[in-house]
Each structure stands twice: as structure tokens, then as C-alpha cells.
Ligand binder design. Structure first.
Ligand code: GRF
Length: 226
């Protein structure tokens, strides 16, 4: 049976594009993107979805009085899509605990840092300010704590001398485009199970920072430390 997934995105949609190419369009992957939902009318992600022939819906947060009203329509829309998995890809709204619990445990997000370091915004500037030699991205299960759910996988990239936040962000983003489709492919293949009692990959509990990779020759290469 094929996995169905929906993507929530607020903006540019480059991770969505990677998921279209690396999961939805791949004949060897049993997974189908059944819809994309955005909270912003002008989101490029909506255009990417339509170009891929995928249902695209905008639920404009600004048209709702409060988060509860917005989330009620968002939840109904997502339930209408009937997706097995919700994939947050640059969705810039903090979801309420009630919303997360409604769709848990099958909700994942990608965050541009090596969690649990640097949850929240402006990650790249904070990595540079601390003088870290490495940064990266994490795919994690979504729980009510923002960027706090169990980490499933990480991709590590070097910080170079002379990096500014934009250059580091571009390096991390390119690595995200490798990592996110890989994790969804694991779920589609039944290798990664998002159970109520925590995620398991290949039958094993994941380490704190999930399965770790670096990008080598444009492919993911496992890091021994994982
Ligand atoms: C990515 O950096 C992702 O890690 C973060 O939001 C950004 C989304 O970029 N959660 P895009 O819209 O996928 O291009």
C-alpha cells in the first residue's frame, strides 16, 4: 500500500520541490503527495504544487480572527486530503498542542540546525556567532514543543571561514534537499515507524541526534558517529 502525504509550506517551497522529485515522482517509491496547504496566498510552494499536478490550497491565516479558527479549517482541509503523514516544509506557524495531538505521531518537520542545538529562528547567525565548525539540518517528529520532538535524521555540513548567514544557509538548504526526501522514503518503505511510543528505524530506537549523514558527491553518506 502506498503512503499518502501532505505538505504544509509557507513560502519558497524548495523542500517541497525536493519531495516532489525525490518521492512523489519516483516510480520506485510507494508514496504519493496528495496535497499542499499554505497559510500565505503568494507562497511559491502553491505554484510548485500546481505545476506538479498536486492539489494546492491556501488557508490565509490573516483572514481568521485567531489561531483556533485558522487551525479548525486547516485541520478539516488536511483530514479531507486523508494523508497518512503530514510533512512541514517551511511552515512558519507554530501549531497548537491540540492540533499537533490531532495528527500525531505522523507529523514531521525539517529545521536548519543540528537539534537540539539552535531551535527557533535565525539559526545560521547563531551558529556563526558561537563559532561552531559544523552546522546542518534535522528532520524531527513534531510534538507540541517547538523544534523539540525526537530527531529522526541529521545532515552535517561544514562551516567555512568567511561564511555569512546567507552562504551557510545555502549550504544547509542544499543538504536539506537530500535529507528530507530520504526520510520520507524510509517511512514509505516501512523502515521508519512513527509510533506513539517514539520513532524506530529498522526496528531500533534512534539515538538523540537521529541517523547522521553528510553530503558527498551529491549523495548522503552515513557518518560513523550515528
Ligand atoms: C528551510 O530552511 C527549512 O529548514 C525551514 O524553513 C526553510 C524552508 O525553505 N524549516 P523552503 O520553503 O523549503 O525553500
Amino acid at each position: 500500500m502506498s503512503l499518502t502525504f501532505a505538505v504544509l509550506a509557507s513560502g519558497r517551497g524548495s523542500n517541497l520541490e525536493a519531495l516532489v522529485e525525490g518521492v512523489h515522482r519516483r516510480p520506485d517509491v510507494a508514496a504519493e503527495l496528495v496535497g499542499v496547504v499554505s497559510d500565505r496566498p503568494g507562497a511559491q510552494a502553491l505554484a510548485i504544487a500546481r505545476a506538479a499536478g498536486v492539489s494546492a490550497a491556501c488557508i490565509d491565516r490573516k483572514r481568521f480572527e485567531d489561531r483556533d479558527a485558522f487551525e479548525a479549517v486547516l485541520a478539516a482541509t488536511l483530514e479531507g486530503l486523508g494523508a497518512d503523514l503530514l510533512v512541514l516544509a517551511g511552515f512558519m506557524r507554530v501549531l497548537s498542542a491540540a492540533f499537533v495531538r490531532r495528527f500525531a505521531p505522523a507529523v514531521i518537520n525539517i529545521h536548519p540546525s543540528l537539534l537540539p542545538d539552535f531551535p527557533g529562528l535565525d539559526t545560521h547567525a547563531r551558529v556563526l556567532a558561537r563559532g561552531d565548525a559544523e552546522s546542518g539540518a534535522s528532520v524531527h517528529q513534531v510534538t507540541p514543543e517547538v523544534d523539540g520532538g525526537p530527531v529522526l535524521a541529521q545532515v552535517v555540513v561544514p562551516v567555512h571561514a568567511g561564511d555569512d548567514p546567507e552562504r551557510l544557509a545555502a549550504r544547509v538548504l542544499a543538504a536539506e534537499h537530500r535529507l528530507y526526501p530520504e526520510v520520507v522514503r524510509w517511512i514509505a518503505a516501512g523502515r521508519l515507524v512513527l509510533g506513539d511510543d517514539g520513532p524506530r528505524l529498522d526496528g531500533r530506537t534512534l539515538p538523540l541526534r537521529g541517523r547522521r549523514f553528510r553530503v558527498s558527491d551529491d549523495a548522503l553518506e552515513p557518518l560513523c558517529a550515528s
